[in-house]
Design a protein around this ligand. Structure first.
Ligand code: SOE
Length: 388
């Protein structure tokens, strides 16, 4: 069986999610190429050593350039903040390493195109971290649509709602700084919804959006902190340079109409990544907070039992589920990453493109930028404006 030596840059939230996936994979998907957790990389040597020991990596590197140079590494996993993605990816491609990069792929469309071109020129496998595709219920939605069981699609309605920065004294973490994050809710949350829309419905033709930054200044953080940071309301303040919420309307190439909402100001919503799709023969509803379920409605059900029904996507017939537990024994967030890494390991072993890959990362980035342009210029923007 093939094994793949992994070097991972980043060791916070996503670093933990990816590490967990690499560890779980051989136990539940023994048929897959085995990821070997060779080296973890980050700048703070003490914190890094803690993560190395806790997550189970063989070694640690404090400079990603050294990691990329190592001859015992096959795959570079990039889950550092977004501003680091491009430079690391270009170096990894130049060194002939496969790349797994978190979303959004880059800060800008042109950077993401550069990354795609470098990956293609190097002939390496590349993948972008749109993990929600890998929920079995989402896979079921994809299958129902592909089999024509929902019919012609008329509507895609997607929303990703969080509330972790509702408190105005929540600090100005990197995710709220444009030069590091690229954008706010739009690129962090909207990117996932855009990817699901592309995956399930098809390509976007045109968009028009609106966005707002409700809290314009926040206390500076004392350290590089994440989603559970605590703010000091008396600390000096800095400007928030990203959107708190971005909403947009869209028309798809196939004529379907879309609406997408991404916000970190939806009180009570911790991680509501949801969509509804309406077609000529039925509808589908998904909400990540009930990740094992897909709501389906079919117009050809008998009149007296018409209505949405809840399908628990945990049977062996559902994607990936035969690898886990007996039917009805549910799975969660972390499993989406295990399935994602399974796809990547299979792609490397079978020498075929991984999916989703940098092409999808670029397509998502184009939609993000089209929305930004529509907001700046207060008009509908066609995706054709972004074709090379
Ligand atoms: C934080 O907003 C975050 O962790 C995103 O960065 C992830 O991509 C999303 O899956 C959940 O929320």
């Amino acid at each position: 069986m093939k094994s793949v030596n992994v070097g991972m840059v980043g060791y916070k939230f996503m670093g933990k999610a990816h590490s967990n996936a690499y560890r779980a994979l051989p136990m539940f998907f023994p048929q897959a190429a085995k990821p070997v957790m060779k080296a973890i990389c980050g700048r703070d040597a003490d914190a890094l050593e803690g993560a190395r020991a806790q997550f189970g990596w063989e070694s640690a590197e404090t400079d990603w350039r050294e990691l990329v140079k190592r001859s015992d590494i096959d795959l570079i996993d990039i889950n550092a903040p977004s501003d680091a993605h491009k430079e690391i990816a270009l170096a990894a491609a130049a060194a002939g390493k496969h790349i797994f990069c978190e979303k959004p792929l880059a800060l800008t469309l042109s950077d993401s195109v550069e990354m795609l071109k470098a990956a293609e020129a190097a002939g390496i496998k590349h993948m972008v971290g749109f993990n929600y595709r890998f929920a079995p219920a989402v896979q079921l939605a994809k299958k129902l649509i592909a089999e024509g069981r929902i019919g012609e699609i008329y509507h895609f309605r997607g929303w990703f709602l969080q509330d972790w920065i509702l408190d105005p004294s929540f600090p100005l973490v990197w995710r709220l700084q444009k030069e590091i994050a690229g954008s706010g809710s739009h690129g962090d949350l909207g990117a996932h919804v855009i990817d699901l829309a592309r995956y399930l419905v098809g390509e976007f033709r045109e968009v028009i959006g609106m966005s707002e930054t409700f809290v314009k200044e926040r206390p500076m953080p004392s350290a590089m902190t994440g989603l559970s940071a605590k703010g000091d309301k008396d600390a000096p303040r800095g400007a928030v340079t990203v959107d708190d919420a971005t909403l947009f309307l869209s028309r798809f190439e196939n004529g379907a109409l879309g609406s997408i909402e991404a916000t970190r100001f939806a009180a009570g919503h911790r991680c509501t990544n949801a969509f509804e799709i309406n077609g000529s023969k039925g509808s589908i509803k998904f909400d990540f907070e009930r990740v094992n379920e897909l709501q389906v409605y079919f117009t050809d059900d008998a009149d007296d039992v018409q209505g949405f029904r809840r399908v628990l996507a945990t049977d062996a017939s559902h994607a990936y589920m035969d690898a886990w537990w007996p039917a009805g024994h549910t799975i969660g967030y972390e499993h989406t990453f295990t399935h994602e890494v399974y796809e990547l390991m299979q792609a490397i072993a079978e020498d075929r493109p991984a999916s989703p890959n940098f092409v999808d990362g670029v397509a998502c980035q184009a939609v993000l930028e089209a929305v930004d342009r529509s907001i700046a210029e207060r008009r509908w923007v066609s995706l054709s404006e972004f074709e090379e």
